[in-house]
Design a protein around this ligand. Sequence first.
Ligand SMILES: O=C(O)CCC(=O)C(=O)O
Ligand SMILES: [Fe+2]
Length: 322
Amino acid sequence: MESNAASSAFQTIPIIDLKGLAMTDVQARAELAKEIREACVNVGFFYVKNHTIPESTIKGTVEAARRFFSLPLDTKMTLDVHKSTNFKGYTALLGENTNPDNRGDLHEGFDIGWEDMSGTSRADDGPMSGVNVWPEDMPGFRETLLEYYHAAVQLGQSLFPLFALALDLPENFFDDKTTKPAAIMRLLYYPPQTGTVDDRVIGIGAHTDYECFTILWQDNVQALQVLSNDGKWIDAVPIPGTLVINLGDQFARWTNDVFKSTVHRAANRSGIERYSIPLFFGSDYDVKLEPIPSCVSESNPPKYGVITAGEYVRSRLEATFY
Ligand SMILES: O=C(O)CCC(=O)C(=O)O
Ligand SMILES: [Fe+2]
C-alpha cells in the first residue's frame, strides 16, 4: 500500500455517515471502510454523523465544562497539570505550547484518563499510570465526564475494525493492541481573541495529534483549521450533530504515512467563547509501533524508528507541557 502524501490538495473535509456502524453485512462494511480509507489517505480528517455519543451526554459535559472553567483561577490551579506525574488536571491559559514556534496556547484545559465509574484507575498504564484529579465541591462533574469518556471510548473501539479494513487488514487486527483503551479526554475552553492578534499566540498552535485518532466535539464557533497539502488552511466548519475524527502520529508511524496525520490549529476570533472536547485514542501503551507490513514497499520504505506507544505519547506530552 502506497503513501499518498503528495497527491492531494483537499479543499473540503468529507462527512461520513456512521448509521451502519453496527451492521455486520460484509459488503456494507467494506463500503464504509472504503469511504474511511479515502478520508484517511487524502485528508486525515473527516466528520461523522449518526455517531453513537448521545446528545444528552454531550450537553451535560459541555455544561460541566462551563461550570469548571468559570471557577476562580486559584481553585483550578489546585489541580494544576504540572503537579501531576501523568499529565492529568488543569492547564491554565498559556500553560502549554503546542507549536514550538509559538509563545503559548490561548486555551484552558482539563485532562482525564481511563477510570471506571467506581473510581478505579488502571495500575498498568505504563508511563502514563496514575489517577485522575477531580475538583472538590462539584457534584456530578466526575460522573458526567466519565459518561462522555466511556461513550467516546466505545465509539473509538467500534472504529478500529473499520480502520483495519481500510488498510486491507483483518477486521480484528487492532483488537489485541487496544485491550486497555489508552484514551485521554480533554475539556477545552478558548476565550475570544479580539483586537490585533499575534499569530504566535492563538487558541492552539499548528500541530499534529499524538495518538491513533482523535474524536473531537466542537461547539458552533468556527476556529478549527486544517492544513491542506497546498499550504492552505481549510476551515473545519462546525456542523451540528457531527463529530470530527482526525488521525494522529501513532497511526502515521504505524502505517508508514499511508494514513495522514494532518496539521491543524484553532484560533477563536469570533468574539464569543468556544468549547471543544477532544478524546485522543491510542493503542495500548506497551504496543510497539512497527510499520504495518502492508504499508511498506520498495517505493515506500520504513520512515520511522520503532518506539512503544507509551514512550511516544509521553515524550510528546513532555514537550507540550513545559
Ligand atoms: O479545539 C479544537 O478544535 C482542536 C483541539 C486540538 O487540536 C487538540 O486538542 O489537539
Ligand atoms: Fe489537535
